[in-house]
Design a protein around this ligand. Structure first.
Ligand code: AMP
Ligand code: FE
Ligand code: FE
Ligand code: ZN
Length: 278
């Protein structure tokens, strides 16, 4: 049974619409999938509707909230939320504020890029985002279009990556805030891709006190050794080892496809119980 609890659509920085994504999920025989767009739940209704045509596929409402890093201004932390009530006013208030912050932050990253000799049109970046949550991937695509870099990936090397010359952090929401919002919206909070979080060794032990119930250990981009580190941490701190592909349909080399990794059924069922579902 394939379970994949992390993926993106055109409502944030993925390249497939929710309907197209559901098509790929069905084709790859994924049984349980969560759409976890960055700071937006706007793709969920469409995904659930499209999945109605595929009886073997269940869509879990999800979100990936961008929070500030507890100690580093040149980085951030992503918090996944599952089974959130997307009509929750507190959740939508926070997501709207985060998407507004993304606009400002995008402009500031373009200023930095311009100073480094890479001038881009803000309007073009907005067009590429097409009304969705604007992020670094849209800027990276604009850079490829202008021929500044040969590939999407190259735009991150030393420029858009965390700590890169054009990177701008965020300030709005702390990890505690994000966890609180997810819980208040009836959801279960899970730390996304922990090995991308600077100083994760000091952050993971604090998660249970924040009301965060899991971390991504079955993460398709982590090898066996890396996942082992995360399984051990999960066990040590009583966190559920969740995970998924983090599929964006970027078409990059070696991109993990939907269903490539994810937690076993028992872990998913424990997650449901923690969220008060099932
Ligand atoms: P943002 O939401 O604007 O902070 O951008 C974060 C997104 O950029 C991630 O969800 C990935 O889709 C992408 N990303 C971040 N770092 C990298 C990287 N080093 N290589 C490729 N994509 C990345
Ligand atoms: Fe992304
Ligand atoms: Fe993420
Ligand atoms: Zn993601």
């Amino acid at each position: 049974m394939k379970i994949d609890l992390h993926m993106h659509s055109t409502r944030s920085d993925g390249r497939l619409t929710p309907t197209e994504l559901v098509g790929v999920l069905a084709q790859r025989q994924v049984s349980v999938a969560s759409l976890t767009d960055h700071d937006s739940t706007e793709g969920l209704d469409e995904a659930v509707e499209a999945a109605a045509a595929h009886p073997g596929l269940r869509i879990v409402p999800g979100i990936e909230i961008s929070a500030s890093h507890p100690t580093r201004s040149d980085s951030d932390v992503h918090l996944l939320g599952y089974f959130v009530d997307r009509a929750d006013a507190g959740l939508q208030r926070q997501l709207t504020a985060l998407r507004e912050e993304r606009e400002e932050r995008g402009l500031r990253m373009l200023e930095r890029l311009a100073r480094l000799g890479y001038s881009l049109e803000w309007e073009r970046v907005r067009e590429l985002a097409a009304g969705a949550s604007i992020g670094r991937p849209h800027i990276a695509r604009a850079m490829v279009e202008r021929g500044y870099v040969a590939t999407y990936k190259e735009a991150f090397n030393g420029l858009l990556n965390n700590g890169g010359a054009a990177f701008v952090g965020r300030s709005g929401v702390t990890l505690e805030d994000a966890a609180h919002t997810i819980r208040n919206a009836g959801g279960a909070a899970v730390l996304a891709h922990p090995l991308y979080v600077e100083e994760y060794e000091t952050i993971v032990p604090r998660l249970p006190d924040m009301g965060i119930v899991g971390l991504e250990a079955h993460y398709a981009n982590y090898d066996e050794t890396e996942q082992r580190i995360l399984f051990d941490l999960a066990e040590r701190y009583g966190l559920l080892p969740c995970g998924g592909s983090d599929y964006h349909a970027m078409g990059t080399e070696n991109e993990a496809l939907p269903g490539a990794d994810g937690p076993p059924r028992e872990v998913f069922e424990a997650l449901e119980r923690l969220a008060g579902v099932g």
